[in-house]
Design a protein around this ligand. Structure first.
Ligand SMILES: Nc1ncnc2c1ncn2[C@@H]1O[C@H](COP(=O)(O)OP(=O)(O)OP(=O)(O)O)[C@@H](O)[C@H]1O
Ligand SMILES: [Mg+2]
Length: 367
C-alpha cells in the first residue's frame, strides 16, 4: 500500500498544503519547529484517526480555526481510495471513505497501515511499562479489529469500576454494580490477554532473527509477555483482590498492568541493559513490527520515520536504510548530510520551512 497524496487545511501550522509522495523514499528536511513532524502526524491521523503523540483533535486544528481537514489518497491493490478526516473543535471528527461518511472510526480499519518510528520509541525499553503497553495497543488496534473493540470496552469498564470504587465509600448500596462490572471486565480483559500473548509470541519469533543480524550474532534476544494476570486466573484474582481494591480505590489486577520483557543473552535489559543495547533492541523491535505487519496484512505498511536517523550510529543507520529500501517511507530530519554521507538513494526531497513545503527534486508538490 502506498500513500499517493495528502492535502491539509488548517492542520497545525499548515493553512493549506498539497503533497504528492514518491512510492519509495521521501525526505522532509528543515530546521526545528517548521512542521516536519506535523506532516507525519497528519498522515498517521488519516490512517488511524488518532495522533501518534496522543494529541487531542482540537490541538491539531490551527490556532484560531474551527476545523481542520486532511484528505489522503491511498493506493491499495491497485485501487485508489480517498480518505477525508475533518477535525472539529467541539464535535466528534467526521470521517469519509471514498466520499461516503462512516459512523465509527473502526470502519477505516485495514485501508492503510502506518508504522510510526519516533525518537521516543528508542526509549521504549528503558522507559516504564505504560509505554510498552502503548506500543502493543498502537499496533494491535491497527491490526486486529476485535482487539480495537475489546480494548475500548475494557477501558470504559475499567474507568467505571475505578469511579465506583471511589464512590462506594459513601454509596455502599451500589456494591452489586461492582459484581456486574467485574464480569464485564473479565470478559473483555481475557480476550485482550489472549490477543496480546499471541502478538508477543509472533513478534518474538521475528525479533530473534532481526536482532541476531543487527548485533552481528553477539546477542540472543528473547521477548516475553509479562502479563499481570493470566487469562485463566483473571476472574479469580480480581475477586481475591477486591478488598484491596476497595481500600486503594483502584483496580489493581488486569491487563492494564501488563508489560513486555526483553532478555538479551538471558539478562533483563530493561533494568540491566546498556543504553546502546536498549536502543539497538528498540530498533529491532520496530523492524520486527514491520515484518509482523507484512505477514499479517500480506502487503507492506507505510513507514513514518520521525527524526530517528540522527539518533542512531552509522552502522545502525545503514542497517535501517537498507532494510526499508522497498517500503514507502516518509522520513524527517533537520539536515541532509547524513543521507549524502550514506549515499542513500532518496527519491524525493522536500524542504519544510514555516508551514510551507517545497520539492527540491522530482515532481512539484503542488499539482
Ligand atoms: N494547533 C496548531 N496551530 C498552529 N501551529 C501549530 C499548532 N500546533 C503546533 N503548531 C506549530 O507547529 C510547529 C511545530 O511543528 P513540528 O512539530 O512539525 O516541527 P518539526 O519541524 O518537526 O520540528 P523539530 O525538528 O523540532 O522536531 C511549531 O511552530 C508550533 O508552534
Ligand atoms: Mg519534529
Amino acid at each position: 500500500m502506498i500513500i499517493k497524496s495528502m492535502s491539509l487545511q488548517n492542520f497545525r501550522n499548515y493553512e493549506s498544503l498539497n503533497l504528492q509522495f514518491d512510492e519509495n523514499t521521501n525526505i522532509f528536511y528543515g530546521d526545528n519547529a517548521q512542521g516536519k513532524t506535523n506532516i507525519l502526524e497528519a498522515a498517521y491521523v488519516s490512517g488511524t484517526t488518532k495522533s501518534h503523540r496522543g494529541a487531542k483533535d482540537r490541538e491539531m486544528i490551527s490556532f484560531d480555526k474551527e476545523e481542520a481537514h486532511i484528505c489522503t489518497r491511498i493506493e491499495k491493490n491497485g485501487i485508489i481510495h480517498k480518505i477525508d478526516i475533518h477535525l472539529r473543535k467541539n464535535k466528534t471528527k467526521g470521517i469519509a471513505i471514498d466520499g461516503i461518511p462512516i459512523k465509527k472510526a473502526g470502519e477505516l480499519f485495514g485501508i492503510i497501515y502506518f508504522v510510526f518510528f519516533s525518537p521516543e520509541d528508542l526509549g521504549i525499553i528503558k522507559n516504564g511499562p505504560s509505554e510498552r503497553r502503548r506500543f502493543i495497543d498502537m499496533e494491535l488496534c491497527q491490526l486486529d479489529r476485535v482487539y480495537l473493540h475489546q480494548l475500548s470496552n475494557y477501558n470504559k469498564i475499567l474507568l467505571q469500576r475505578n469511579r465506583l470504587l471511589k464512590d462506594l465509600a459513601y454509596r455502599p448500596d451500589d456494591k452489586g454494580v461492582l459484581d456486574v462490572l467485574d464480569l464485564q471486565l473479565v470478559k473483555y480483559g481475557r480476550q485482550i490477554i489472549r490477543i496480546r500473548k499471541h502478538f508477543v509470541e509472533e513478534l518474538d519469533g521475528l525479533m530473534v532473527r532481526i536482532h541476531d543480524k543487527l548485533s552481528g550474532g553477539r546477542e540472543k534476544m528473547a521477548l516475553g509477555y509479562e502479563y499481570n494476570v493470566s487469562e485463566a486466573e483473571f476472574e479469580k484474582e480480581l475477586a481475591r483482590g477486591r478488598e484491596r481494591d476497595l481500600k486503594l480505590k483502584t483496580t489493581s489486577i488486569g491487563p492494564h498492568r501488563d508489560d513486555i520483557s526483553f532478555l538479551v543473552n538471558g539478562i533483563d535489559i530493561r533494568k540491566y541493559g546498556s543504553q546502546g543495547q536498549q536502543r539497538t533492541s528498540a530498533l529491532s523491535l520496530k523492524l520486527s513490527e514491520i515484518e509482523l505487519v507484512k505477514k499479517r496484512i500480506h502487503d507492506t505498511p507505510v513507514l513514518l520515520l520521525d527524526d530517528v536517523l540522527s539518533e542512531l550510529d552509522g552502522s545502525r543507520q545503514n542497517y535501517l536504510l537498507n532494510y526499508i529500501h522497498n517500503i514507502q517511507t516518509l522520513i524527517t530530519c533537520t539536515g541532509l548530510d547524513e543521507f549524502i554521507n550514506n549515499r542513500f538513494s532518496v527519491d524525493r526531497i522536500y524542504r519544510v520551512s514555516g508551514g510551507m513545503v517545497t520539492v527540491e527534486n522530482g515532481q512539484e508538490a503542488d499539482e
